[in-house]
Design a protein around this ligand. Sequence first.
Ligand code: NAD
Length: 291
Amino acid sequence: MAIQTVGIVGAGQMGNGIAHVFALAGYDVLMNDVSAESLAKALATIDRNIERQVSRGKVTAEAKADAMARIKTSLTIADLGPCDLIIEAATEKESVKDAIFKALVPHLAAGTILTSNTSSISITRLASRTDRPEKFMGFHFMNPVPVMQLVELIRGIATDQATWDSLHQVVARLGKTAASAEDFPAFIVNRILMPMINEAVYTLYEGVGSVKSIDESLKLGANHPMGPLELADFIGLDTCLAIMNVLHEGLADTKYRPCPLLTKYVEAGWLGRKTQRGFYDYRGDVPVPTR
Ligand code: NAD
């Protein structure tokens, strides 16, 4: 099925990045949120981020104007019903996502493909509560969406091949690369990345290395562009802990147990960059290790 109109539910960090890349690729975007303030903020963020691309010569001023004109907003979720593709990128809570799909279903066109950008919730379970599990998939963008090249395409147990093919074509039109994943906890990227970050926290917890020596070791010894603790601060330590809990519970294997030191940082409200403190303290001019 040719996809042209795209509905995005949730205009937060991920929703605005997704709207940005779809509008630049020529899709008509309708963005929905429960908060008018989030929608206004998302439009301002997209404008600023595309403007940065214009100033770097990556996007023309004309392409920017066209893209901005293709993004519309609505506070009424039923307005998204006729879209060819809907991408749910709202708060990572299963009850929130269930309520969104329940509200959408009575208004959907027959051919509409439903997707969720969830990082951890079962696609099969979300799909089973809609009227079209065969047209439902995980569509997992990475943060920040305009920069990151990968999109994970996650099949639920009922997803049909035509739906997967349609989304694969969309990813190509966005100029990104798709990786196909089955619907098991944390899919591919986070299944591998989070245990590595968790192990870095254990390495710190057990006193094997300091924050600085652990990050330097992985940067200089494994050629990682960012150390694992620096990366954890960037992602958010609450998000890292939530994903480790999904792996631990979903795969029932003790090798995924979250490090107690990670839990302690989250309990302290030291969640990384977003709260100005995590494995580093960001309140000064340069980040200072907290251990
Ligand atoms: P966010 O908190 O920045 O944005 C969530 C938005 O959803 C908010 O604007 C909120 O007002 C809106 N919202 C809440 N309930 C809603 C409803 N019922 N209807 C419409 N909008 C509603 O969160 P985010 O970081 O953008 O994450 C969104 C999704 O993307 C989550 O499922 C998350 O797991 C996933 N994700 C996040 C990242 C990341 O690094 N942040 C990466 C990949 C995937």
